[in-house]
Every structure is written in C-alpha cells, then in structure tokens.
Design a protein around this ligand. Structure first.
Ligand SMILES: C[S@@+](CC[C@H](N)C(=O)[O-])C[C@H]1O[C@@H](n2cnc3c(N)ncnc32)[C@H](O)[C@@H]1O
Length: 244
C-alpha cells in the first residue's frame, strides 16, 4: 500500500503532500507576513526573537547560518541584525513566491536558495547553525529534513527549530482551540482570500508530533544534548540539538 502523510486533518499519499503544501504558500505568500501579525497578535515576533537569542550569533568571528524553510526571511534578517559583521545567512525554501518576498526585504545581505529541506544543495559541514521556524511541520518526510540539517552542520554546530507545539495549561487549551478553529480560517479568508490555507495551518498543528516525540526524532537524526523549551503556555516550542 502507498505511504500516506497528514495534510492538515486529511490523510493523502505521501508523494502528493509537498505539492499541496506548495499550493498553500503560493496562495498566501503576498499576505503571509501580515497574516502572521494578525493571527498571533504580533506574538510570532517575540517567538522568533527567542529563537534568535538561542542562536546567539557571535559579534567578533565568522558565523554561517542556514535558515531552512526560511520563507520571507524573518529569522535570517534577525540573525544578521543580531550578529557581527562576519555573520552570513542563507535562506532556503521550496517556494519561489515566499523567497521573492524575502529577497525584496533583505536588500542583498542574505543569500536565497530555492531548495527542498529533504535534499539540501549544500556541502557537508558548511554551517555553524541551522534553523527552521514553522517549517518542519510542512515537510513530508521530517526525518529526511533532520538528517539533512545534521549533514550540512559543522561539528559543534547547532540545530534549532521553532514550531507550534501542544498547549499544556487547562482552560487555555480549550480557548486556544476555539480561537484557532473559529477565528483563524475566517481571518485568513478575509486577508488572503484563502480560508482553506489557514484551516490547513490549524489542522497541521494538531497533527505534528508532541514535543517529547519530536525531541526523540531529533536525537534519532544524530543530534546530541537535545532539549526543548515551551513558550506561551506551549503554543510554540524551541527544540535544539548539537552536532558533536
Ligand atoms: C509557515 S512558513 C514559515 C516561513 C518562515 N520560516 C517564518 O517563520 O515566517 C513555512 C515555509 O515552509 C516552506 N516549505 C514547505 N515545505 C518545504 C520543504 N520541503 N523544503 C523547504 N521549504 C519548505 C514553505 O514554502 C513556507 O515558506
């Protein structure tokens, strides 16, 4: 029987998932940044800042960041701002429309590459850190993306992943679910014209492995000292591991 994958709440043939995900991000690319602000009440900025604090780019030595599924460049721009003059960032994303928005914002400070997280076009041991923010959930074979991140990191390099997680506070979990399902798809429809894309977002969050299991997957890819921190009551979590 053909392998299947979650596409939001639906089970689809594994080989079809990527094209469905690509349709979502082609459809919303132009309004993607605005929608992030509206549906998270601006909180995604604080979560991304927390990820960049964890990356901690040095001020006085060379540092090469790869931001996988980097979309419109939010993480790379923050790392460049936070790091020193020798900080370099590469954004890789499978979606040309998302990259086009990022390119326009970056003004030449960042390299943008259209590529699949499951087959990165970079040499082994090229980067000091690899980040992925709100991207891994969309990748059909998560284990391939983790293995690729491991491969392209230098020894001593760190993998950091910001992703939606599981709300672990009573009452807040029900409020969060009610808000997610009742409000986010209609806001998405009003702003981007595509409510289905935002229904996918909400559903895909519920299908992503719980943080304990995702941490195990990071370890299975070869990373050491794997840990995770929940933010905002577990709405999101930052996972990390080292290539030692
Ligand atoms: C929710 S957006 C996150 C963008 C950005 N990292 C941020 O935090 O704003 C998810 C991104 O993952 C990208 N993506 C989905 N599947 C991918 C894959 N297999 N390889 C690389 N990028 C992928 C999409 O094109 C999209 O830009």
């Amino acid at each position: 029987m053909a392998e299947t994958a979650h596409f939001g709440a639906r089970q689809v043939p594994l080989i079809e998932k990527q094209a469905l995900v690509d349709d979502v991000f082609h459809s919303v690319a132009r309004r993607y940044d605005l929608m992030n602000d509206l549906m998270s009440f601006g909180l995604h900025r604080a979560w991304k800042d927390a990820l960049v604090t964890a990356v901690d780019p040095p001020k006085r030595r060379p540092f090469a960041l790869l931001d996988v599924a980097g979309g419109t460049g939010d993480i790379a721009l923050r790392v460049i701002d936070r790091g020193g003059e020798e900080t370099r960032a590469t954004v890789c994303d499978i979606n040309s429309d998302m990259l086009a928005i990022g390119c326009g914002r970056a003004g030449g400070r960042i390299t943008f590459t259209e590529a699949n997280a499951e087959a990165l076009p970079f040499k082994d041991r090229s980067f000091d850190a690899a980040t992925i923010a709100f991207g891994i959930r969309n990748v059909p074979r998560i284990e391939n993306a983790l293995r690729e991140a491991y491969r392209v990191l230098k020894r001593g390099g760190r993998f950091l992943c910001l992703e939606f997680s599981r709300v672990d506070l009573p009452v807040m979990d029900r409020l969060y679910d009610a808000y997610s399902f009742a409000a986010i798809p209609p806001i998405g429809k009003a702003v981007t014209g595509d409510g289905g894309a935002y229904r996918y977002l909400v559903e895909s969050i519920r299908k992503f492995p719980p943080p304990e299991r995702f941490a195990e997957m990071i370890g299975e890819a070869g990373f050491a000292r794997v840990e995770f921190t929940r933010l905002s009551g577990g709405i999101v979590a930052i996972h990390s591991g080292w290539k030692l």
